[in-house]
Every structure is written in structure tokens, then in C-alpha cells.
Design a protein around this ligand. Structure first.
Ligand SMILES: Nc1ncnc2c1ncn2[C@@H]1O[C@H](COP(=O)(O)OP(=O)(O)OP(=O)(O)O)[C@@H](O)[C@H]1O
Ligand SMILES: [Mg+2]
Length: 276
């Protein structure tokens, strides 16, 4: 991939994979579509143009890595995608809702109900158990009930923590804590998982475990958008969007994608469980 070629694939349409979901009229279903998005921060003495007209589509089932140098606008873009902030101009359609022009209340409703966040620092609540942490988004939506408890237990088991349901975050390893965060990100059936340097605090073995888990979720149809600084991590995605100075510099499929075999995914999950 050539990150320096300014003209390469700028704002090119998303790559359509053969196994992507299609709507009844045959069109590929989009998890997100952003068009000419800008974000300007107005300071006393100057205006910082953090995003200068970004457009791309994320089909359901895609696995996107967002990369770029410091200051290129990655966090700003992630905040907009995650409905934590509104753009200065442009459009953002999430699923079928126009979220670019929503009020703060509407935005937090969408955020709580349909976006799954995974952060570098896990952001778990130390006093709550594994299962209670997974339930937190449902608590904020007033949807805690027997059914939601069952779903949280299922998700904990799915990420290999079925034997650790009552443990609290300080009693877990970094990789285990990140797996709790991934389970939590899925509890509201999100349009996509938004991961911000999700493996940034982890050693290389644990990073592989988390990437294997992402691959499994993506193979099962989950859409993943992750910001990363690391080529080794981005090579596991299907597509890399490279930002520079608030613009898309390149948007390309990963040709030599690093894929774990089914056997490796199974082994890594097993190892993760053995180490728990
Ligand atoms: N709240 C803010 N007020 C003013 N300027 C901001 C604000 N947030 C970001 N910026 C500016 O916007 C530009 C993009 O910042 P952003 O944080 O999105 O970059 P980044 O690609 O995430 O960088 P890094 O890799 O260092 O995290 C930078 O020039 C930054 O200084
Ligand atoms: Mg950043």
C-alpha cells in the first residue's frame, strides 16, 4: 500500500466483498455513510480545520482500520462516527438515520443504543463484576432485566470469560479486561464496533488474542472500525483508510491481509481460557 501517493484512491467507494449483506433491492447495506464531513475547532486566535471534507461508506460486515500521522484527524473522525460530537458540515447516515443534524439528546440516545465502543484503556467500572460491566449500556437505556442478564452471560462466555462472571476488573489481566469491553460493546447490538487503539496497552500475545476475537466477530458479520498506529494490527483489517491533514489520503483493500486460520482462532481462544 502506498500511503504517500496523494492521488491514489482518494474517496474511492468502499470495496464490496462477495459475502456482504444486501437489501431486498440488491444494494449493499451500509452501516455508515459519511459525505463531505468537516470539523472545525474555533479557538480565540484561529480556526483549526481538523477534518476537511471526508467521504466514505462502510458496508455492513466491513473491517476498517483508520490510520494516519498524529494530528491527521483520526480521533476527531472517531468522535463523529461514535456520535460523541457533531460535524461542522457534511452528512453522516448511521444505518438509516441522519445523525449529523441531531440534537445532543438524540445523539446520546443513538450512541447508547447502537454504537459499541472499545477503548485503549478498557473503561470498565472497577466495582462491578464482569457481567455487570457488560450490562452497563443496557443500564443507561433502562433495559436491565432477566433477559439482559442472560445475554450478558452469553456474551461473557463468548469472549472466553464464562468462568469469571463474578470477577471484578482489578482481578483480571489486561487481555481479559479488553475482552469484557468487547462483550460490553456488543450488548446493544451495535451498527459497528468502534475500537480506539484497542490493542495499544496489550503485549503481542494478548494483541493476537484480541485480533483473533475481532476476526471471529467480523466473520460472524459484525462491522468493525478501528483506529490504530500499528501496521501489524491494520493488516488484519479488510480495508485501510489513511488520513492526512484532515483528508482521506488513501482508501484501499488490504491485499496481503493477515488472517488467522480457524484452527488458530480456536487455539488462541483456548489459550486465552487456559490463562484465565
Ligand atoms: N478540541 C479541540 N480544539 C481545538 N483543536 C483540536 C481539538 N481536538 C483536536 N484538535 C486539533 O485537530 C487536529 C486533529 O486532531 P486529532 O486529535 O483528531 O488527531 P489524531 O489523528 O487523532 O492525532 P493522534 O494520533 O496524535 O491522536 C489537530 O491539529 C488537533 O490539534
Ligand atoms: Mg488521536
Amino acid at each position: 500500500m502506498n500511503h504517500t501517493n496523494q492521488s491514489a484512491n482518494v474517496n474511492s467507494p468502499a470495496t464490496v466483498q462477495p459475502d456482504q449483506p444486501v437489501s431486498p433491492n440488491g444494494a449493499v447495506k451500509l452501516a455508515a455513510q459519511i459525505t463531505d464531513l468537516t470539523k472545525h475547532y474555533v479557538l480565540k486566535s484561529e480556526t483549526v480545520k481538523a477534518l476537511r471534507g471526508i467521504s466514505f461508506e462502510v458496508p455492513e460486515g466491513d473491517y476498517v482500520a483508520i490510520m494516519g500521522p498524529s494530528g491527521s484527524g483520526k480521533s476527531t473522525l472517531l468522535n463523529l462516527l461514535g456520535c460523541l460530537d457533531r460535524p461542522t458540515s457534511g452528512n453522516y447516515v448511521l444505518g438509516s438515520s441522519d445523525v449529523a443534524h441531531m440534537s445532543d439528546d438524540e445523539l446520546s440516545e443513538v450512541r447508547a443504543s447502537r454504537i459499541g465502543f472499545v477503548f485503549q484503556s478498557y473503561n470498565l467500572i472497577a466495582q462491578l463484576s464482569v457481567v455487570e460491566n457488560i450490562e452497563v449500556p443496557l443500564y443507561y437505556m433502562g433495559q436491565l432485566n432477566a433477559q439482559s442478564r442472560k445475554r450478558s452471560v452469553q456474551l461473557a462466555t463468548m469472549v472466553g470469560l464464562g468462568e469469571r462472571l463474578g470477577h471484578r476488573p482489578p482481578q483480571l489481566s489486561g487481555g481479559q479486561q479488553q475482552r469484557v469491553a468487547i462483550a460490553r460493546s456488543l450488548v446493544n447490538d451495535p451498527y459497528f464496533i468502534l475500537a480506539d487503539e484497542a490493542t495499544g496497552n496489550l503485549d503481542s500475545v494478548t494483541t493476537e488474542e484480541i485480533l483473533a476475537l475481532f476476526q471471529r466477530l467480523n466473520d460472524e458479520g459484525r462491522t468493525i472500525i478501528m483506529v490504530t498506529h500499528e501496521d501489524d494490527v491494520s493488516q488484519h483489517a479488510k480495508r485501510v483508510i489513511w488520513l492526512k491533514d484532515g483528508q482521506v489520503q488513501s482508501d484501499e483493500s488490504v491485499t496481503d491481509r493477515r488472517v488467522f486460520s480457524a484452527e488458530q482462532v480456536r487455539k488462541i481462544s483456548q489459550n486465552a481460557e487456559v490463562r484465565t
